[in-house]
Design a protein. Structure first.
Length: 108
C-alpha cells in the first residue's frame, strides 16, 4: 500500500529529474556577457573538459568602445575592466571567449 510519504518521494524524484534536465540543457547553451550583445562576432567550437563546446566570441575592441562610450571609461580602464571582470571569470565550459587585435598584446 502506497503512503503519502511514497507519493511525496515520487513527486520530489520527478521534480529533481526535471530540474536536472533543465540544468543540463542550460549547460549546453552558450553563455552571454550581459550588456555586450552588439559585440558578438560569432560562435566558436572549443575544447574544454575533454569535449567540444559551442561558445560565443566577442570582439574585445567593440567591448572597449562600448565601455568608453557608455561608462565613460578610458581605453586602459575598459581593458582592465574586461580582463578582471569578464576574462577572469570562468563560469563553466560555455564561458565566452574574447578576440583581441594583436596591438593589445604587443610586449614593450
Amino acid at each position: 500500500m502506497k503512503t503519502e510519504e511514497d507519493d511525496e518521494f515520487e513527486r520530489i524524484e520527478k521534480e529533481s529529474g526535471w530540474r536536472k534536465r533543465q540544468i543540463q540543457e542550460q549547460d549546453e547553451r552558450p553563455m552571454k556577457c550581459d550588456g555586450f550583445d552588439d559585440c558578438v562576432i560569432g560562435v566558436a567550437s572549443i575544447w574544454r573538459d575533454q569535449s567540444t563546446h559551442e561558445v560565443l566570441v566577442y570582439s574585445g575592441d567593440a567591448m572597449v568602445e562600448l565601455l568608453m562610450k557608455g561608462d565613460k571609461m578610458t581605453d586602459e580602464e575598459a581593458i582592465e575592466y574586461i580582463a578582471f571582470n569578464i576574462e577572469g571569470a570562468y563560469i563553466g565550459v560555455n564561458t565566452p571567449v574574447i578576440a583581441w587585435k594583436n596591438e593589445y598584446w604587443n610586449e614593450e
